[in-house]
Design a protein around this ligand. Structure first.
Ligand SMILES: Nc1ncnc2c1ncn2[C@@H]1O[C@H](COP(=O)(O)OP(=O)(O)OP(=O)(O)O)[C@@H](O)[C@H]1O
Length: 354
């Protein structure tokens, strides 16, 4: 699309602190106006990537192309990027209006232009009635909207957001994430968003970069990550509860089952999502027998916690009537299309034939 957003492409990005490599060979891209999320567990390097893109830290290697131009070695102030952090750091002695326009004052934007810009973002972020208040007179959610307004008013084509919702309660998080998403679509600005919360990542993003210990584990749309995890890390990270990973000794597969690339059946890991498992489907293409350890009532479904003969624990999400009894033995079945296959050696996804 054409609009105020700009493309971002990160090529072979690397960062070391002394002898410690915290990022290696990081590659991803997002088109103008897109919403890209960096997702992964604590310490995997998400904030480091944002700090390198923004110019707060220096890269050890690689390129950061903004609108096709490599900015990796130019100062932060020349990159034209907006940032929103977890601690939104509003100035307590200034009014909301003064907080929002602070950056415009620094840049000596003329008064009439400043007031027009303030009125526009105040309307966008539903802050019109709060402009004369001080930050302490606002709720956490309203304060976070002010922090977003402060970035939006500056009309940056690329905005970086580092866990901007983590100080808010669950209900507000859901509300503000849909506001951020609709702003991204309405204004056409490109957003790079950091979170360790997969539901945030899956619900907001056009593309997700899943990080694992300084390396990119998988890049794709939320559907691609969910439907075709590239490796066991992605399989075990995405989904609530995540995908079950079973050893071949616990799985009955059709006699014709053959993993690709001449891999032996014993060298694989089977992946199957809890919601794909049907209780009592002994005749299914794939099945496993296990003991019911416990039941967890989730409202719409029962999570049936199971233990396979090998000792592997896994979960079936059971939505029908008649939850099984604790301690009983059950058979769960699933189809070939619900089966994901990974190599035990490198953890990567493999195809199979039947
Ligand atoms: N200035 C520094 N010196 C040395 N190591 C650092 C420095 N800054 C970050 N690191 C290390 O780099 C790794 C990545 O940190 P980073 O903050 O990017 O992770 P993260 O994925 O954003 O984690 P979190 O979700 O907890 O914020 C961590 O192991 C961290 O200890």
């Amino acid at each position: 699309m054409s609009g105020p957003g700009v493309s971002l492409e990160v090529v072979d990005l690397a960062k070391s602190w002394g002898a410690v490599d915290v990022l290696q060979d990081v590659n991803f891209g997002i088109e103008p106006g897109g919403f890209l999320t960096l997702l992964g567990p604590s310490g995997c390097g998400k904030s480091t990537i944002l700090r390198l893109v923004s110019g707060l830290d220096e890269v050890s290697g690689g390129q950061i192309l903004i609108g096709g131009k490599d900015v990796a070695r130019i100062p932060a102030a020349e990159r034209n990027i907006g940032m929103v952090f977890q601690n939104y750091a509003l100035f307590p002695h200034m009014t909301i209006a003064e907080n929002i326009t602070y950056g415009l004052n620094v840049r000596k934007v003329p008064k009439a232009e400043k007031e027009k810009a303030l009125a526009r973002v105040a309307e966008l972020m539903a802050l019109g009635k709060l402009l004369d208040r001080k930050p302490s007179q606002l709720s956490g959610g309203q304060q976070q909207r002010v922090a977003l307004a402060r970035v939006l008013v500056s009309d940056r084509p690329l905005v970086l957001m580092d866990e901007p919702l983590s100080n808010l309660d669950a209900k507000l998080r859901v509300e503000i994430r849909s506001e951020i998403r609709s702003l991204n679509k309405k204004l056409g600005i490109t957003v790079v968003y950091v979170t360790h919360d997969q539901s945030e990542a899956l619900s907001m993003s056009d593309r997700v970069v899943l990080m694992n210990a300084g390396n990119v584990s998988q890049v794709g749309t939320p559907q691609e990550l969910y439907d075709r995890p590239a490796n066991t890390f992605a399989a075990a990270f995405i989904g609530t509860p995540p995908m079950n990973l079973l050893s071949p000794e616990d799985v009955r597969a059709p006699a014709t089952f053959a993993p690709e690339g001449g891999m032996e059946a014993r060298d694989v890991i089977f992946g199957v999502r809890p919601e794909s498992l049907s209780l009592g489907r002994a005749g299914a293409e794939f099945s496993a027998t296990a003991r019911v350890e416990s039941l967890e009532y989730e409202g719409k479904v029962f999570l049936v916690h199971l233990i396979a003969p090998s000792g592997t624990r896994f979960i079936a999400a059971h939505s029908g009537d008649g939850a099984p009894e604790e301690g009983s033995e059950v058979t769960v079945g699933w189809s070939a299309s619900q089966t994901h296959l990974f190599s035990k050696t490198d953890g990567n996804r493999r195809d199979f034939t039947l």
